[in-house]
Design a protein around this ligand. Structure first.
Ligand code: BGC
Length: 755
């Protein structure tokens, strides 16, 4: 393929090359027919294919029908990479059938605040979980010959002023929290494209950010694919090309082309920069064409069934007092189904990801089908489309619920509460829903709340219903999945991929969201999600990783293959999990790592591995995890490197981030040392406390008055503190001219070169 690309590059005119770097229309690339370069389609994504009827049709809410699978926040709660692979392959099949070559997903931005309007399109607050799921997604879709687009690179964590806001954050937080999943997916799954986001990062737009696009993505991580802009994210084409942006989307009718060609002719834009972008675009187009499979037909019924199974795997059982759930269809005399969402489901979010479903299940209908005529099934809407409570509807719901043996309320966030394009302003359900839940619980002790929302919500009525299920935005078959779970045909096995706080004020970004004056400061740094709740000792409503089952599990037998490891070793961690309850079920076992002796601030613990284990009643299985050096590392911004420090690490095995069942320790004997990067403003005390630096100073400046006093060690402590905090450059002032700035710089260089 590279030969063909070189050949084409040699034959393309400057004008043709320039034209190739912008789309033809909303969804397709430019073709060069005389050289046999075709046009390809790039379409949303991520949880279904949104293929408009033509390239010039934006197709919002009016695309060709496709299966609407559970949205990303739902899928992430399954913690099930095998499930995501199956869905990825099904999505690829639909892409072939709809003649789409690149599916615009997955969205892997970290959920910095539960207010983020697009959180339903993203996986988690945790980079490890995000990366593991996204690797599965990208590998599966691409294994079927369809490209993916890893988006939105980077720090696109809110909708407020999303096209202009600058996400201001420190380098370590950028690497450990916001880039980590991008890094892993790029390295392990090689996505065909990465989508550069709308926002700025530390002042520089993502689409003009040569640090992110060229230095990190292409050079450091070795990305060979094509960087695609988010739609309309390019402002200055020449700056974007120079920074490493390859394909601008959508098309703009060629309005920039003459200018760009002119800049190349005048030598103001290097032609090699243009060639590199074209090379990557050609690579994408040729790959896509190589795998194009015209005439594919997919089985809509089978995909709908897969969507139902998936939604069942994603739901999280948050509460189940007195084992009210599952309901026994054979014994249940009457069931009151309350809430409009039972008949008019909320199953996906609005914006570019909105799929036109092939079919839509309503929970009420699916319950009716499964229960048959033995159970008296009743329904009351309970609320209208409005936020405010409608007392007539509530009265009717209360009377319906009172007469039944059990009531299930379908509640959640209406479409106007969460969407691409704006953030939420609070975490509450509409007053109409909260009021309905309170009123029904007051008359019906056996009440279940089944929620549909794309991100965490508050639950002021938490103690009232006996059972709560978080169903997320579960896709077109979520109604069927709800029925399966309520009646026990599916045992819930999802766990939260994001923390549910008691109140907005408890959330990590509360003081710095969504920013002002064009900037948002990531003031919480590394302490995002459970990392924050852990450190602040704030008890959340439901912690990260939490989810119940209709059965119970026991953990035992935690073993390591060694007690001491070095940074190049792989540590094997084994443990046993037993299903100690009455039903078959699936448990998500989580491994967290705690650095006990870090010389930098680190989170109390971090998720490093997980496994979803299926167990029959009474069955025990062994779970094996492997940890590598990188799992132990933190990012040293000054040295621009991942560092593994020597010391003790605790390995914690949990069924959630707060329910830790087993613990052990391993000693990391690392070859790496955390080195200070010395400079003119480094406080002098650090030169003295570093053996190598001290020795170099002693040899070169040992005789100089101030230095000799400091080195002697017999100084009054107050004086040592005062002098020690002075920056190195002050030596120039206090050594009577015996040290020049050149000498100081040479010394600093010499010290920094020390191993
Ligand atoms: C969204 C992207 C999407 C693109 C194309 C943008 O507004 O941010 O996620 O892929 O539109 O629809």
């Amino acid at each position: 393929m590279e030969d063909r690309i070189n050949d084409l590059l040699g034959k393309l005119t400057l004008e043709e090359k320039v034209a190739l770097t912008t789309g033809k229309d909303y969804w397709t690339t430019v073709a060069v027919e005389r050289l046999g370069i075709p046009s390809i389609w790039l379409n949303d994504g991520p949880h279904g294919v949104r293929r408009p009827h033509s390239g010039s049709d934006i197709g919002l809410g009016d695309a060709k029908p496709a299966t609407c699978f559970p949205t990303a926040s739902a899928l992430a709660s399954s913690w099930d990479t095998a499930l995501i692979e199956t869905i990825g392959k099904a999505l690829a099949g639909e892409c072939h059938a709809l003649d789409v070559q690149v599916l615009l997903g997955p969205g892997i931005n970290i959920k910095r605040s539960p207010l983020g309007g697009r959180n339903f399109e993203y996986y988690s607050e945790d980079p490890h979980l995000t990366a593991a799921l996204a690797v599965a997604f990208v590998n599966a879709v691409q294994s079927e010959g369809i490209g993916t687009s890893l988006k939105h690179y980077a720090c696109n964590n809110q909708e407020f002023e999303r096209m202009t806001i600058s996400a201001d954050l420190d380098e370590r937080t950028l690497r450990e929290i916001y880039l980590a999943a991008f890094e892993q997916v790029v390295k392990e799954a090689r996505p065909w494209t990465v989508m550069a986001s709308y926002n700025r990062i530390n002042g520089v737009p993502a689409t003009e950010n040569s640090y992110l696009l060229t230095e990190i993505l292409k050079e450091e991580w070795g990305f060979t694919g094509c960087v695609v802009s988010d739609w309309t994210a390019v402002n200055y084409k020449e700056k974007s090309l120079a920074a490493g942006m390859d394909l601008e989307m959508p098309g703009k009718g060629g309005i920039d082309d003459a200018k760009i060609a002119g800049l190349v002719r005048e030598g103001l834009l290097n032609e090699t920069v243009l060639d590199e972008a074209v090379r990557r675009i050609l690579r994408l187009v040729l790959l896509a064409v190589q795998y194009r499979r015209p005439g594919v037909v997919y089985d809509q019924t089978a995909h709908h069934a897969l969507a139902r199974r998936a939604a069942g795997e994603c739901a999280v059982l948050l509460k189940n007092e007195d084992n009210l759930l599952p309901l026994d269809a054979n014994k249940l005399a009457s069931l009151a189904v309350i809430g409009r969402f039972a008949r008019d489901p909320r199953y996906q979010g609005a914006g570019s990801s909105q799929v036109t479903p092939t079919k839509l299940d309503a929970a009420y209908d699916e319950l009716a089908k499964l229960l048959g005529s033995k159970t008296w099934l009743t329904y009351a809407a309970g609320y209208s489309e409005s936020d405010s409570a409608d007392e007539t509807l509530i009265k009717e719901a209360v009377s319906t619920a009172r007469k039944a043996e059990v009531a299930v309320i379908f509640a959640g966030l209406p479409p106007q509460y969460e969407s691409e394009g704006f953030d939420r302003v609070h975490l509450d359900l509409p007053p109409a829903h909260n009021r309905l839940i309170e009123a029904v619980c007051a008359v019906q002790p056996n009440t279940i709340v089944f929620l549909a929302n794309g991100s965490a919500v508050t639950m002021p009525w938490l103690n009232k219903p006996k059972a709560i299920l978080e169903g997320w935005l579960g896709g077109q078959a979520s109604g069927g999945a709800a029925a399966d779970i309520l009646l026990g045909l599916v045992n819930p096995s999802g766990k939260l991929a994001e923390t549910f706080p008691y109140r907005l004020e408890d959330t990590p970004a509360f003081l710095n969201f969504p920013g002002e004056e064009d900037r948002v400061r990531y003031g919480e740094g590394l302490f995002v999600g459970y990392r924050y709740y852990d450190r602040k000792k704030i008890t959340p409503l439901f912690p990260f990783g939490f989810g119940l089952s209709y059965t119970t599990f026991e953990y035992s037998n935690l073993k390591l293959n060694r007690d001491t490891i070095s940074d190049h070793d792989v540590l094997q961690v084994g443990l046993s999990v037993k299903n100690s309850g009455p039903r078959a079920g699936r448990e998500i076992v989580q491994l967290y790592l705690r650095d006990e002796t870090a010389s930098r601030v680190r989170p109390d613990k971090e998720l490093k591995a997980f496994a979803k284990v299926a167990l029959e009643p009474g069955e025990t299985k062994t779970v094996q995890f492997s940890l590598t050096g990188r799992d132990f590392a933190f990012y040293d911004a000054a040295g621009r490197n991942w560092i593994i420090e020597t010391g003790w690490f605790e390995i914690l095995i949990g069924s959630s981030s707060t329910d830790l069942k087993l613990a052990t320790k391993v000693y990391m004997d690392s070859q790496q040392r955390l080195k200070r990067h010395f400079h003119r403003l480094t406080p002098f005390k650090y030169f003295l406390s570093d053996d190598a630096a001290r020795e170099i100073i002693r040899q070169t400046l040992g005789e100089t008055p101030l230095v000799s006093v400091l080195l002697s060690g017999d100084l009054d402590q107050t004086l040592v503190n005062l002098l020690g905090n002075m920056p190195a450059i002050k030596m120039l002032d206090y050594t009577g001219g015996s040290i020049s700035v050149t000498l100081l710089d040479e010394l600093i260089d010499q010290i920094n070169r020390q191993e």
